[in-house]
Design a protein around this ligand. Structure first.
Ligand SMILES: Nc1nc2c(ncn2[C@@H]2O[C@H](COP(=O)(O)OP(=O)(O)OP(=O)(O)O)[C@@H](O)[C@H]2O)c(=O)[nH]1
Length: 695
């Protein structure tokens, strides 16, 4: 079959049509030849027998065969003279030939005794009939032999057969020529088409006209040319699209998707050019680092989409003031970079002052509310002594940091000896120390008691406070490291560390299955943690891991951080309160709109801001504020706590106005959490823990 597949159309037609027809014709001819031969043979045999019988009938009443005339008459009567392939012999009773017609022959003795018999010879068939006299006596008087010459009969038929085969061969040869011509008329255009297609493949735009084309091939050619045209259109279209996409990619690689401004990579490339220019040609270029002020508030109150819109609007407004030769870029978040080309410091200050002014006067409208923001700008002059682009951006960033530190919405020109920069350096160091302390558990938990003033049966609180161990084993207060943790977004990590370790400290108390005196451990949550959507899941996991009853835990959130993350905070409070956990609003009264937000925060306790408590016995306003807070809390059925209680007079005053709990150095100083808890359940002496509440 494989061999057939490799054959050309001509070869296939010849092999599959002509050859079988030839073979079949020859076979049929052969059968016919055999058949005819047999029929002829039997016809002749029959004829020979009839003739012999006829002759025997003619002579049967003779007593013997004699007389030439008589025999000739007999031969004539046989009517066999026109059958050249036969011989006829008349012999007497002794088998001596009396007369013959055709080639004479002798029949060997003894002759068979039958009256009629066919004797088979090598190339003859001899029909023998015995001749008898009739009445009165039945006497043998002779023999009549009729021979059929089989060889000549076969030869005659062979000639006819060869002639027929010749005719068939001739016919088939003519057919072959016809088949060859027809198949060539098919294969030739296919070959030409193949050549045309090869040329088409190597760049010809059209499949060229095939000379001896068939209608089918012409249709194929037209279709291919149509496909080719379509492909050319598609290719041109695709090329355009690729070019567009490449241009878009080039654009995207250099621009910020949100604002359309140049991006950080492109700015850094241009800064490098500027630095080279300064080093080679002493040109003067300025770089400014700009950061929007309190942008987080927009995101938190209006959502990120609104924040994006504000970034777009501010970028557009500032772009209008920036010269074509300058580069205004978005570096990420709410940070922008401005490269002022061929610009002196004084001019840069003038331009940035205008930009700052534009941001200050800009109002962002969202859902009917107007928002205002500021921008802090750090300026650095690109000088030849700057090592690289990284140093330019670091200096500008540092100057912007100083501008923030100076109260935001400021412009600051970079100066290496800035005190604030030194402070920032210290803070940066704290970042790695805090991370290390978290990994190596170098923090320790302290606590300060919060005791009931009105009803002694209420359980005390222990507010958990974090400290850090120093290398010499001393204790570092939180004021040294928490500001850095807040600035560098480490508060979530710290809060989680505190929650986990406070729970670890509590676990043994509940494991002992002792009837512990009721108490509540109070843990502070930073604003950053309140904005963390995964905090709730983390706290729940800690409750189940350490198996701590939820009603022994209270979380303290400050008013400002709760407000910034209001939705998340409300959800957190609702979910955990359902489990029995309590919530305390810390520093209450420090914000401007404390009372209005109180309605939305379902807390159990209010901790008055220490600033009202410290001077409550001397300052009437503080006293009035404390009373007001107490009155609002009572009407909302919220318990109050006063912190910073530093003397007996303050304690008495707070008790009188109805404050529920008190906390402060007068009552109790911070002590290690584990010790405080051990004292509480009485496993160690309670000597130092007793709060001075005997008033
Ligand atoms: N809408 C929006 N917000 C972003 C995008 N990238 C970063 N932010 C947010 O921008 C805020 C940047 O805040 P910071 O610059 O750290 O702080 P800030 O609130 O501006 O306060 P100061 O810079 O200290 O004045 C963060 O809340 C980020 O989540 C952004 O592409 N779109």
């Amino acid at each position: 079959m494989q061999f057939l597949q490799n054959l050309s159309i001509q070869a296939r037609l010849l092999l599959l049509v002509i050859a079988p027809v030839f073979a079949l014709s020859c076979t049929l001819l052969m059968f016919d030849f055999q058949d005819q031969l047999q029929r002829e043979e039997s016809k002749l045999s029959q004829h020979a027998l009839t003739t012999a019988k006829f002759l025997s009938a003619v002579v049967h009443n003779q007593s013997e065969l004699h007389g030439q005339q008589y025999i000739d008459r007999l031969l004539k009567a046989s009517q066999l003279e026109h059958e050249p392939y036969m011989s006829l012999v008349i012999a007497d009773a002794n088998n001596r030939s009396l007369a013959s017609l055709g080639t004479s022959f002798n029949v060997e003795q003894p002759l068979p005794q039958q009256d009629t018999v066919v004797l088979q010879q090598s190339s003859f068939d001899i029909t023998m009939v015995r001749v008898f006299t009739t009445e009165p006596k039945h006497v043998l008087i002779g023999y009549i032999f009729v021979a059929i010459d089989k060889a000549s009969l076969i030869e005659d038929h062979r000639q006819a057969f060869i002639k027929n085969v010749g005719y068939i061969t001739l016919g088939l040869m003519l057919c072959s020529i016809l088949v060859y011509w027809v198949s060539r008329s098919i294969s030739q255009p296919i070959r030409e088409m193949t050549t045309a297609l090869k040329k088409f493949m190597i760049g010809n735009q059209e499949v060229s006209q095939v000379k001896h084309s068939l209608p089918e091939i012409q249709t194929l050619q037209t279709t291919l040319n149509e496909i080719s045209r379509e492909m050319q259109h598609a290719e041109a279209d695709m090329r355009d699209r690729i070019q567009d996409a490449q241009a878009q990619l080039r654009y995207q690689a250099r621009h910020d998707a949100l604002t359309g401004l140049v991006n950080r990579q492109e700015l850094e490339r241009r800064l490098q050019q500027a630095l080279d220019d300064v080093k080679q040609h002493r040109a003067s270029h300025i770089f400014c680092y700009m950061d929007l002020d309190q942008f987080r508030v927009i995101n938190d109150t209006c959502g990120h989409l609104a924040g994006d819109e504000m970034l777009r609007q501010i970028s557009m407004i500032l772009s209008q003031r920036i010269r074509a030769e300058d580069t205004f870029a978005r570096l990420g978040g709410d940070e922008f970079g401005l490269l002022l080309s061929y610009c002196e410091v004084e001019k840069a200050i003038e331009i940035t002052a205008q930009l700052r002014q534009m941001v200050e006067t800009f109002r962002f409208m969202h859902e009917g509310r107007l928002f205002q923001t500021g921008i802090s700008i750090g300026i650095v002059e690109i000088t030849a002594d700057l090592k690289d682009v990284g140093q330019i951006t670091r200096h500008a960033d540092a100057a912007c940091y100083v501008a923030k530190d100076n109260g935001r919405n400021q412009i600051h020109l970079f100066h290496p000896e800035d005190n604030v920069l030194l402070k920032r350096h210290v803070e940066m160091e704290w970042v790695s120390r805090i991370n290390e302390a978290i990994d190596q558990n170098d923090f320790v938990l302290y606590c300060q008691g919060i005791y009931p003033l009105q009803n002694r049966d209420l359980p005390p609180f222990y507010e958990v406070l974090i400290r850090k161990r120093d290398e010499q084993g001393g204790i570092i207060p939180p004021a040294e490291f928490l500001p850095s943790a807040e600035r560098y977004q480490l508060m979530t990590k710290i809060d989680r560390w505190v929650i986990q370790h406070a729970f670890m400290a509590l676990q043994p108390l509940f494991k002992m299955q002792q009837q512990t005196k009721p108490f509540i451990v109070s843990i502070n949550l930073s604003g950053m943690s309140l904005g963390d959507p995964n905090l709730l899941a983390y706290i729940k996991e800690c409750f189940s891991t350490y198996d701590i009853p939820a009603n022994h835990v209270c979380f303290e959130v400050t008013e400002t951080s709760a407000i910034i993350n209001i939705d998340n905070t409300i959800k957190l409070i609702q979910e955990l309160k359902r489990m029995g956990t309590r919530f305390m609003l810390d520093d209450f009264g420090s914000g401007m709109s404390s009372f209005s937000y109180l309605k939305h925060l379902p807390v159990n306790f209010l901790k008055m801001d220490g600033s009202y408590v410290r001077d409550i016995t001397h300052n009437k306003v503080d006293l009035a504020m404390a009373k007001a807070i107490q009155s609002v809390a009572e009407s909302m059925e919220i318990e109050t706590i006063a912190e910073y209680v530093e003397d007996l007079a303050a304690l008495e005053c707070l008790k009188q106005i109805g404050v529920s709990y008190a906390q402060g150095f007068y009552l109790n100083k911070p002590q290690p959490l584990s010790e405080a808890l051990a004292r509480h359940i009485g496993t160690i002496s309670a000597q130092h823990s007793t709060a001075r509440l005997d008033i």
